[in-house]
Design a protein around this ligand. Structure first.
Ligand SMILES: Cc1cc2nc3c(=O)[nH]c(=O)nc-3n(C[C@H](O)[C@H](O)[C@H](O)COP(=O)(O)O)c2cc1C
Length: 156
């Protein structure tokens, strides 16, 4: 199976994660063709919104203005084009999961945007990683994506 991974990246961390998990998927797929290949697609302000026709997962970092992640409001900044993309053309219906990139120094706001996407689009949050993600996190998240693909194919 091919699983698409859509991401947005402001400072390069999510892009680096996406490229490395794609590379890992190529190695794993070569060893065992049951392992899914990950195809990546970057979303940014100038990307034309297309209708997604294959299942995919999303990687979103958190950038917020104001608030504390608990009881005072917070405003998503810089990543809104990905939210708009999911919101358009019923795109979120083929989204199988949200992965957050964040920084644990932000405490309660850690990966808050990923949590908010999961809630808004009624899609599970399947993983999180700090900054670019280390090799162990990438391996672990690839295993999660393998399980998701297996479940998806079993349902079909
Ligand atoms: C201005 C600013 C605000 C941020 N706010 C948060 C936050 O509220 N929660 C969080 O988990 N990470 C926060 N981060 C960390 C980023 O989400 C993290 O560095 C992420 O890996 C960036 O991904 P990117 O390089 O793909 O854009 C913030 C970073 C910056 C520069």
């Amino acid at each position: 199976m091919i699983l698409n991974l859509l991401y947005i990246s402001i400072s390069g961390n999510s892009r680096s994660f996406a490229k490395r998990i794609q590379q890992l998927s190529e190695v794993k797929h070569e060893e065992n063709s049951d392992c899914p290949l990950i195809h990546i697609k970057e979303i940014h302000d100038n990307v034309k919104i297309e209708e997604e026709t294959s299942p995919y997962v999303v990687v979103v970092p958190t950038y917020l203005e104001g608030g504390n992640g608990l009881d005072s409001g917070d405003q998503e900044i810089m990543t809104e084009s990905l939210r708009d993309y999911l919101d358009s053309q019923e795109n979120h219906q083929l989204c199988l999961g949200i992965i957050g990139s964040g920084n644990k120094n932000f405490a309660h706001q850690y990966c808050l945007t990923a949590k908010q996407y999961a809630q808004q689009f009624d899609v599970p949050m399947i993983a999180d990683f700090e900054l670019r993600g280390n090799p162990k996190e990438i391996e672990k998240i690839y295993t999660i994506l393998c399980d998701i693909c297996q479940n998806y194919e079993a349902k079909d």
